[in-house]
Design a protein around this ligand. Sequence first.
Ligand code: BGN
Length: 399
Amino acid sequence: MFSIFEKSEKVVKYEEFLNNVLKEDLRKELERRDKLYEDIAAHSQLKQTIDCIRKADLTDGLRTQVDLGSNFYCQAHINCFFITAILWLFPFCSRQYADTSFPYIPLEDIPFELIHFQGNSETGTEDPLCPVLSPKLSGPDFSIHKWIGEKGSEVLKKPEQFAADLNIKSGGVWHPEECQAQYESVIIVPYRNRYEQLEIFLQYIHPFLQRQQLHYRIVVVEQMDDRPFNRGRLLNIGFKEALNLGSPNICFIFHDVDLLPQNDYNIYACTHQPRHMYSSVDIFRYHLPYRSLAGGSFSILVNHFEEINGFSNSFDGWGGEDDDFSFRLHRKGLEFCRFDPQVANYVMLPHKKEVPSPDRFGKLASKKEEDPSKDGLSTLEYKLLKIEYKPLYTHLFVR
Ligand code: BGN
């Protein structure tokens, strides 16, 4: 029989073993696992790209340009054997080549980066200015996946009721009553056939934007034909039409309907540099798949967007228009920024993956050679069929 004293001595020993040996082993294992996950994500991104190149049936190989740095390029000819070799070698050298590092703006610098639009037209000028950072902000929302699950199955509030409860004006417009907003933004959402997602997006994003004490409007631009979805063109249309709806100095936020920001400190206002709003997304294991990515959610000042002539109108179907947009910014020296991944993290609503457009690679390559002034805002042609001022958004029906 052990005495109580011996027993407690044994417990202490076990505890020491647990804390010093087992927990330490577990920590190392988890670190190893995370490293492995990162490699797998980078590898599968490359594999996808290579599969697409293969499917394009490049019997003659692929003519491309290799970036030697400082804007010097040399002509390269890649054949299928070489592509296969890259795929095999990639796991051994992925860390060096999958460069997704980025000089993120840390949380404490965010207030200095934001552009203030003081005194909007709708609140009285005698009201005090809202603080630079709203006191209503809260940190990362880790319950968001649960919230989405519940909203998916349960009936959402009726839009009219939701708008009345949150004091949202017709057309999805809102500003704080207690102070003058320092930021004024319009959120442009390109859209077709995703009503369930739109409902969830709206009921999530309105309270989010209100906690940030912004003056904002949500504009949904719906493509009303059966041609392939053209995200860039819809965003150009949204930009032009939204300028007719409000002040010419607003900040533009181009936003996909399936993305929900998780952290209130990701302020939906413009920064001095254009900003790619997501630095990490749950579907990419909270990483960025590649450094020049500019898709999903992007904020930009009116003059910067005009300077690059907006998006290209030529990317029919999924993929590439955001890469072209990223290149347009780069060639004008308008490098974009991102907030810290702890702040700029997002959840993507589940949906069936769109079929990527097969000719996006060719288009991207030819657009790089072309002067952007030949395709974009300046050449945009469209028909505005109708505008509806709905309780939660301004709805543009376009063709
Ligand atoms: C890229 C797409 C982007 C998309 C991101 C994230 C292309 C062009 C060929 C390189 N780009 O692969 O449009 O936003 O994935 O999903 O397909």
